[in-house]
Write a protein that binds this ligand. Structure first.
Ligand SMILES: CNc1ncnc2c1ncn2[C@@H]1O[C@H](COP(=O)(O)O)[C@@H](O)[C@H]1O
Length: 365
């Protein structure tokens, strides 16, 4: 515990945290991928895929947007290609967030059909929902999870509509919204407008990757995305702070999902900036709700605790600032009112506990 209020990793670890921007396939640790690979090799010695520890070497975190996206289609999807590997990796991802003291998670994934394994998009979603249900039902788990279905920028309008249908069909089983993701250098998002508008009319919550790269930050695209009435925005990097877009985001008080390490490690910031230049600082000054997120912890290797720690280090946040930042994510969740109430109670007790501690610190920390 640091009594001067400076935030170390131990403090950040023990804080209950809310993760709202995590892609399932990108959140699988290298060790977990290696376990799956070993298992497949033991069943079929001719299984022809490179060891994950060679394909995605431990310690390598400098994937940029050009090298990052192919990791999924050319590698991770070839390994996680049947029910048992999807179950194993999903359970491991949930356990990893749980052990980082994440208390609420909205995991997102792009529904994938794998015909060779007899998996339809529906089977894929059901498999993940059943892992989530199993995790949530375990009373020793403090983490509760829900699912968001992702629409990829490359999807056709028909594929986007299909995902909206699936989100509606599985809403009673833990799907809380939809997302727009994928390589920001491809795709014309306006073709997806009818699907997102329908989702909005049907009351599905919407989050979109927003201004993630210069190519996906044209005025035209950003106004189109805002026209979908999203509830939250992810990344929000290439937005001029004096622009009408920034003013509109502030006017609507849209919740921002900001991923510091992913953006820095993948060299996504304007002019190749580092943590001190991250837009977290100025968005926070504008008073919009912010939830820090890991994006793809399996690739960028920075847990949510570390995200809060680096934000504290580079933006001068003390214990109470970080607690408030964590708590501000409560109002951003897509989950139920009961979930929101559970989280609010948790943060209220934490505040009381911290006030009792020396110099406003948490006695648990
Ligand atoms: C740099 N940050 C990012 N920006 C945009 N899309 C991203 C992303 N990180 C991950 N994805 C999206 O998530 C998929 C993998 O997880 P799922 O198979 O859906 O679970 C990737 O194919 C990509 O479309």
């Amino acid at each position: 515990m640091m009594e001067d209020g400076s935030v170390n990793l131990q403090f950040a670890k023990r804080l209950p945290k809310i993760e709202l921007h995590a892609h399932l396939s990108g959140s699988i640790s290298r060790k977990c991928l290696h376990d799956v690979w070993l298992q497949k090799k033991s069943i079929d010695p001719d299984f022809d895929l490179e060891d994950p520890l060679l394909a995605i070497p431990p310690g390598k975190v400098d994937y940029n947007l050009t090298t990052f996206f192919p990791l999924f289609s050319s590698y991770i999807y070839k390994l996680c290609n049947d029910v048992s590997s999807i179950e194993y990796t999903t359970a491991a991802v949930l356990a990893d967030f749980q052990s980082d003291n994440v208390v609420y998670l909205e995991l997102r994934t792009t529904p994938r059909a794998i015909p060779d394994a007899g998996i339809t998009k529906s089977t894929y979603i059901r498999t993940i929902l059943s892992c989530i249900a199993q995790h949530n039902a375990n009373p020793t788990n403090t983490l509760h999870a829900n699912l968001i279905l992702s629409i990829d920028r490359r999807h056709t309008p028909a594929e986007a509509h299909e995902i909206v249908d699936l989100a509606l069909a599985y809403r009673p089983h833990g799907v809380v919204g939809i997302d727009l993701c994928g390589d920001p250098s491809v795709g014309d998002v306006s073709a997806l407008t009818p699907a997102f508008r329908r989702a909005n009319r049907e009351g599905l919550k919407i989050t979109v990757h927003f201004a993630e790269a210069p190519a996906s930050a044209t005025e035209e695209e950003l106004w189109t995305l805002l026209g979908w009435q999203p509830d939250r925005l992810g990344h929000v990097i290439h937005v001029d702070r004096d622009s009408a877009i920034a003013r509109e985001i502030v006017r609507r008080k849209l919740g921002l999902e900001l991923c510091l390490s992913c953006n820095v490690r993948a060299n996504m910031l304007v002019g190749g900036g580092g943590y001190p230049e991250h837009h977290f600082g100025w968005w926070r000054d504008l008073g919009v709700p912010i939830a820090l997120g890991t994006d793809d912890v399996g690739v960028f290797c920075s847990e949510l605790s570390e995200e809060y720690r680096v934000a504290a280090e580079h933006f001068g946040l003390g214990h109470d600032d970080v607690r408030k930042l964590c708590e501000s994510a409560v109002d951003m969740i897509f989950g139920s009112d009961a979930e929101r109430a559970r989280l609010s109670t948790l943060y209220t007790s934490l505040e009381v506990e911290m006030r009792r501690g020396p110099s406003g610190t948490c006695q648990r920390c």
